[in-house]
Design a binder for this molecule. Structure first.
Ligand code: ADP
Length: 453
């Protein structure tokens, strides 16, 4: 930078009398135009220059004004104007009369050069300007040296023109601003309208959702009521049916009794049919009654510390009679010891008997196996068989009342065993799950907490 200061100035002139202020202004604009400053910046630096020139003329009686081009620290060219006062500045530094003057240029202030204090201002040359090579600068220096400054009147005319141009610009900016404002207002109106529409739609949707929920609540209340009345109906009907069915069975037994009048072969056959139908009916009625009781919450488990081993022993004994075919085996494994948990012994026995019974009923060959395993705080009791298996999409359906897998070998039954078993397991605080695939057998798993529900 210091090296650049040695470059000869583009132009220099003396400021001594009032008229020189006009000349400084005019020359300032000329130099600014020559180095490529934009029109507005030309006016800005010329205005700043004439203000500073006026201040210095009044304060110290004049200055030497010189114009230079520097490479700024930002790597860009700057137009620099130095005003070396002819006498010492009153405060050894210079402050423009109006702060607005400093805003017209990029920098304005005093610097010391040797024993002199110089007022310096600068403005950046835009990148779009023609490159200011040493050759170009020499050219500009020569051109500026040749041009003769105009009169004060010329400068007044030029200033007027600039004023008119500036006013024009302000007007067009104001017009632009007005258009922008209008557009902004329009956009705002649009946004507000959209917002209004959206919130209306949202409100509408909300109303719909609220209505839907109300309907759902109502429907589930209706469903609950329907389910309760169904349970009540089942319980009542089964109860009412049990007495006559028991009577039919009793009477059938009497008729077939050897102490009664002998029956013809045909009569004996018919009585046999009546008795077995009545026995089926009684099973159905009993199962219905059990399920209805479990559903209405009228079964209270009798909680106690229970040992699995006697339960397993009893199941082994009572169900052996059902697995008499040589191609079928019932395997009840010995539970690992100690095999205790808090539960209802009778209800658990019913569940396991039911599952084992199903296994034996649906499996033609192979085995049905019961085993117990303790996993952490849970007992896992599995009943697995080598039977036909159940398709995955029916795994939940078979727990519905009266559901039986279509096409399965007709081996009798009511379709109430599994829903009842699941009810009981739930009452005992556990779960009943099925894992099965057609052709690969079925495994029903009862999981129960060691500590009870
Ligand atoms: P039920 O045995 O009286 O028909 P369940 O509720 O116990 O009624 O069982 C429902 C249906 O689930 C059965 O009809 C049968 O189709 C199927 N199922 C139950 N257990 C097995 C099993 N171990 N293997 C194959 N299918 C089974």
């Amino acid at each position: 930078m210091t090296g650049q200061l040695d470059r000869p100035p583009l132009l220099q002139m003396a400021l001594r009398v009032e008229h020189d202020i006009f000349v400084v202004r005019q020359r300032g604009r000329e130099v600014a135009a020559a180095v490529g400053l934009e029109h507005q910046d030309q006016v800005r630096i010329a205005t700043a220059l004439s203000e500073v020139a006026r201040d210095l003329l009044r304060a110290v009686g004049g200055a030497e004004v010189s114009f230079h081009v520097d490479d700024g620290p930002d790597g860009r060219c700057h137009l620099r104007v130095d005003l070396l006062p002819v006498g010492p500045l009153p405060a050894e530094r210079y402050e423009p009369q109006s702060a607005a003057v400093a805003r017209l240029v990029d920098s304005l202030g005093t610097i010391r050069l040797g024993r002199d204090t110089v007022v310096r201002m600068s403005r950046r040359v835009p990148v779009t300007a023609q490159a200011l090579t040493p050759e170009r600068l020499a050219e500009l220096r020569a051109e500026l040296g040749r041009s003769v400054p105009g009169s004060a009147l010329d400068e007044l005319a030029a200033q007027n023109e600039q004023l008119i141009a500036a006013l024009d610009e302000v007007r067009s900016q104001r017009d632009e601003l007005a258009v922008l404002n209008e557009e902004l207002q329009e956009t705002n109106r649009g946004v507000m309208a959209l917002y209004g529409q959206l919130s209306e739609e949202l409100e509408e949707t909300n109303r719909g959702v609220v209505a839907l929920y109300a309907e759902l609540d109502e429907k589930s209340a209706q469903l609950r009521a329907a389910s309760e009345s169904k349970s009540r109906f089942l319980a009542n009907v089964s109860h009412e049916l049990r007495a006559p069915v028991t009577a039919i069975i009793g009477l059938g037994r009497l008729l077939a009794d050897s102490s009664s009048d002998p029956l013809t072969t045909e009569q004996a056959q018919q009585v046999g049919l009546i008795r077995s139908s009545a026995a089926d009916l009684l099973t159905l009625v009993n199962e219905l009654l059990d399920l209805a009781k479990a559903e209405s919450g009228r079964i209270e488990p009798g909680w106690a510390q229970v040992d699995l081993r006697p339960i397993f022993g009893q199941l082994r004994g009572t169900l052996r009679a059902l697995a008499t075919r040589p191609e079928m085996a019932l395997v009840v494994e010995e539970p690992p010891s100690p095999a205790t948990l808090r539960t209802d012994e009778v209800l658990l026995g019913q569940v396991l008997r039911n599952l084992l019974h199903n296994g034996l009923k649906f499996t033609e060959r192979g085995e049905v196996r019961l085993r117990a395993e303790l996993r952490g705080e849970q007992w896992s009791l599995t009943v697995s068989d080598t039977g036909p298996g159940i398709a995955p999409e029916l795994h939940e359906r078979i727990f519905e009342e009266f559901y039986q897998v279509p096409g399965a070998t007709r081996v009798g039954g009511t379709g109430l065993g599994l829903p009842y078993a699941r009810r009981l397991v739930t009452l005992l605080g556990g779960t009943l799950e099925l894992a099965s695939e057609p052709g690969k057998g079925s495994t029903f798993t009862v999981t129960l907490p060691v500590g009870g529900a």
